[in-house]
Design a protein around this ligand. Structure first.
Ligand code: SF4
Length: 339
């Protein structure tokens, strides 16, 4: 597979996770529980982490949430980013509560003296600050606003920065990242903000993030869905995998047509389902007939090429056996699980 040449961004450390430069692209998501509900928030963080989320963001809308952040942080298996808007004191509270990074929105914290207080607190704890510009909070040009903010931080000699420039328009997001990367090399958090509900939001994110990632841009990635954050993590994993930027199993399956003589739709879904938590870096082909079937199945690590009510099982390019349709799934997984 052709490889993507990553943008040479600087490195930043978010708790135990390094991002930027040569470090793997980290999946990020955000809790949608009330931060004051420590138990529910920690559960959501753990659920996301179990699926491969490397960094979680938690909203800190008030002082009670800043206090809860400290308790959440102690129980979190992954580094936490505190999401701050409007009130600089919340940023300082979250930093004191152990935040591994804070996200500031230049659209709603602009006072130089307040920013200087945040910078002093972040500097003391050696944590990065994400300048998270969002088209929903400003009427200014995203890249111009991010640059203005960068210049302020640089004048304070604080360069432990991460940038994000998100819009709900995939094309505006692409244009903003293109402009800022012509000027700065800070690590990039990427996402299409407010992308939508589970299905359309994942597709829109795949279109926008796919374009950014294929240009080598993006050091952390979030798929913003109006859904359970676990679904964001799953979608992010699929996007990275589709571009060869993450390990894990890949299912290649035929789109079915008038030649298909076994139930490939159910079979492919069942294969995908059973591979959901598989850590192996394998390709499994589920093909309907002899046109493309043997070729794809033989190229994959494991594969099925269907016939009439039966199918041929392949492994590592070798044709192993012909199996009745109802036993194909079990026979395939016997091979995958015992290899
Ligand atoms: S692999 Fe065969 S069954 Fe599947 S779409 Fe192609 S021609 Fe049709």
């Amino acid at each position: 597979m052709a490889a993507i040449k990553r943008f040479p961004s600087r490195t930043a450390r978010i708790g135990s996770v390094k991002i930027g430069g040569r470090w793997p692209i980290a999946i990020q998501s955000m809790t949608n529980t009330f931060t004051t509900d420590v138990r529910a928030t920690v559960k959501q963080i753990k659920d996301c982490a179990a699926l491969g989320c490397a960094i979680m963001r938690v909203a800190v809308p008030d002082q009670k949430s800043a206090a809860a952040f400290a308790a959440i942080k102690k129980l979190s298996p992954v580094p936490l980013v505190a999401d701050i808007h409007f009130d600089h004191r919340l940023a300082i509270g979250a930093i004191e509560a152990g935040a591994d990074k804070i996200r500031l929105n230049p659209g709603n914290i602009q006072s130089g003296s307040k920013l200087k207080e945040i910078i002093a607190a972040a500097r003391k704890k050696h944590i990065p600050i994400r300048i998270g510009v969002n088209a929903g909070s400003t009427s200014k040009n995203l890249a111009a606003l991010a640059l203005e903010y960068c210049e302020f931080f640089e004048r304070q000699k604080f360069t432990n920065l991460v940038l994000s420039l998100k819009s709900s328009s995939a094309l505006d997001t692409l244009a903003a990242y293109a402009k800022i990367t012509a000027q700065r090399r800070y690590p990039l958090h990427i996402g299409i903000t407010e992308a939508g509900t589970e299905y359309y939001g994942a597709l829109k994110s795949a279109a926008g993030l796919g374009a950014l990632l294929s240009r080598g841009l993006g050091d952390t990635i979030r798929v913003s869905l109006t859904a359970d954050p676990v679904k964001e993590v799953r979608a992010a994993r699929h996007i990275l995998k589709a571009l060869g930027l993450a390990a894990g199993p890949e299912v290649v399956s035929c789109p079915t047509c008038g030649r298909t003589q076994i139930d490939i739709i159910s079979l492919a879904s069942a294969v995908e389902q059973r591979l959901q938590n598989c850590p192996k870096n394998i390709t499994v082909a589920v093909m309907g007939c002899v046109v493309n079937g043997p070729g794809e199945a033989a190229r994959a690590d494991y594969g099925i090429a269907g016939g009439k009510g039966r199918g041929v099982i392949f492994a590592k390019g070798r044709r192993l056996k012909t199996v009745p349709e109802e036993h194909l799934l079990e026979e395939l997984f016997k091979l995958i699980e015992h290899s």
